[in-house]
Every structure is written in structure tokens, then in C-alpha cells.
Design a protein around this ligand. Structure first.
Ligand code: DX5
Ligand code: ZN
Length: 225
């Protein structure tokens, strides 16, 4: 069964003084998911969005799918619970941030969200074998996390293919999200490797016309993938 393609717009590249306007325009242009990056100045050298902002985004866009990517170390029950209660639909975290990966994936589902694990470029994917029944999606970082607008690291596409192969070996169909450097020039290779959720920061919110930006991504996806 073919997986559906989704665009997850990363608000890191939006105009923060006009965030509501930018998200609204992107949803009108048929962005599927709001990607909400949480950074703590510890796991990565940047600081972003707390649960208060998430709550505000949720109340303005009650029907949106909101994908919370926690680049936070350590991960704990309070952080996950705060973002789930503030309105997340999907939550992912990085396995380096806790010895309790299995427990926190379960907690995310108990709180009514889809659970995902995020893998840095240097993080091997083998642990996924033991976690399939806890996972709704896998986020493969295609740049080192921390900032938007970076160039995709080519070797990370091998990781996407490895995740896809590991899932197939276990007869699992899972959503694979790629995050970092997704653009018209890279999206087809991501899809060929097995990705079906595309985080787009600068390739969407960095562009003047979101409809044109998504049309260019779609064209690249359909023509070359
Ligand atoms: C990077 C973040 C990404 C980032 C992607 O650490 O996790 O979500 O916003 O930005 P682009 O699409 O510009 O690479
Ligand atoms: Zn992200």
C-alpha cells in the first residue's frame, strides 16, 4: 500500500511577529501539518517555543495537525505532558535524551498523541526493531538539528532507506518524516528512499508565495520520484 505524502511546515522559518497570518496562509495553500520545533539550548544550541505558544496556536487552529519535535535533553514526563495538554497531535523526541525511550513513547500515546522517535544524522536506527509497536512515525534528521536553512547531508538518505528496510523486515508500514534541507532539489531523493512526511521550513515559510512553493515541491516529487 502506498503511503500518503504530507508537508509539515516548520514555523521556525515563519515570521514570528505574524505567526498566525503565516500559518493561516500556509494551511490555505494546503500545508498538511504544522511542525513545531522545541529547542532548549542544551540538546541543541538554540532556544524556541514553549507550551504557551503551542496552546495559542492550537486555539487559533483547532483542526490542524500539530507535530511537536522535542530537541530537549533530558526528556521527562512533565515536558511530554505539558506539550500534549497544550495541543500536540504528534510528539517526537531523540533517544539520546533519555534512558526510557520505550516508556516515553508509550506515555505519548497514553496522552492521545502519535508517537515518534527522532534520529540525528549520526544515530543508528537499529533500536527501532524493538520499538515498532510503540511507534507511529520515525523522524530522520537530514541535517544536524538546531537551525533552519541548512543543506541536506546526503548520507542521511541511506538512513531513511535503512529505516524503511527495517520496517519491511518486521512487516511494519510506518510514516517516515525527513527534517532538514528539504527543497525541490532534494525531495524526490527523500521519497525514493522511503520518506512520506516532508518538513519544510525555508522551502515554505522562507518563500514569498506559499502556493507556488508547495506547487514546486509537488512538481519535483511527482516528476522525479
Ligand atoms: C532543525 C529543525 C527543522 C528546521 C528545518 O533543527 O528541526 O525542523 O526548521 O528547516 P529547513 O527546512 O529550512 O531545513
Ligand atoms: Zn524539526
Amino acid at each position: 500500500m502506498a503511503k500518503r505524502f504530507y508537508y509539515a511546515g516548520s514555523i521556525l522559518s515563519a515570521d514570528l511577529m505574524d505567526l498566525g497570518r503565516d500559518i493561516d496562509a500556509a494551511l490555505q495553500a494546503k500545508m498538511d501539518i504544522i511542525h513545531f520545533d522545541v529547542m532548549d539550548y542544551h540538546f541543541v544550541q538554540n532556544l524556541t517555543f514553549g507550551p504557551g505558544l503551542l496552546k495559542a496556536v492550537r486555539s487559533r487552529f483547532p483542526d490542524a495537525i500539530i507535530d511537536v519535535h522535542l530537541m530537549v535533553d533530558p526528556i521527562n514526563e512533565k515536558i511530554i505532558t505539558d506539550y500534549a495538554q497544550a495541543g500536540a497531535s504528534m510528539i517526537s523526541f531523540h533517544p539520546e535524551a533519555t534512558p526510557h525511550v520505550d516508556r516515553y513513547l508509550s506515555l505519548i500515546r497514553e496522552l492521545g498523541c502519535k508517537a515518534g522517535l527522532a534520529l540525528n544524522p549520526g544515530t543508528p536506527p537499529q533500536l527501532l526493531r524493538y520499538l515498532w509497536d510503540r511507534l507511529d512515525f520515525v523522524l530522520v534528521m537530514t541535517v544536524n538539528p538546531g537551525f533552519g536553512g541548512q543543506k541536506m547531508i546526503p548520507a542521511t538518505l541511506t538512513k531513511v532507506a535503512d529505516v524503511q528496510a527495517l520496517a519491511r523486515e518486521s512487516n511494519v508500514i510506518i510514516d517516515i518524516e525527513v527534517d532538514g534541507g528539504v527543497a525541490p532539489s532534494t525531495i524526490a531523493a527523500c521519497a525514493q528512499a522511503g520518506a512520506n512526511i516532508f518538513v519544510v521550513g525555508s522551502a515554505l515559510f522562507g518563500q514569498k508565495d506559499y502556493e507556488v512553493a508547495l506547487a514546486e515541491l509537488n512538481y519535483a516529487l511527482k516528476e522525479k520520484a
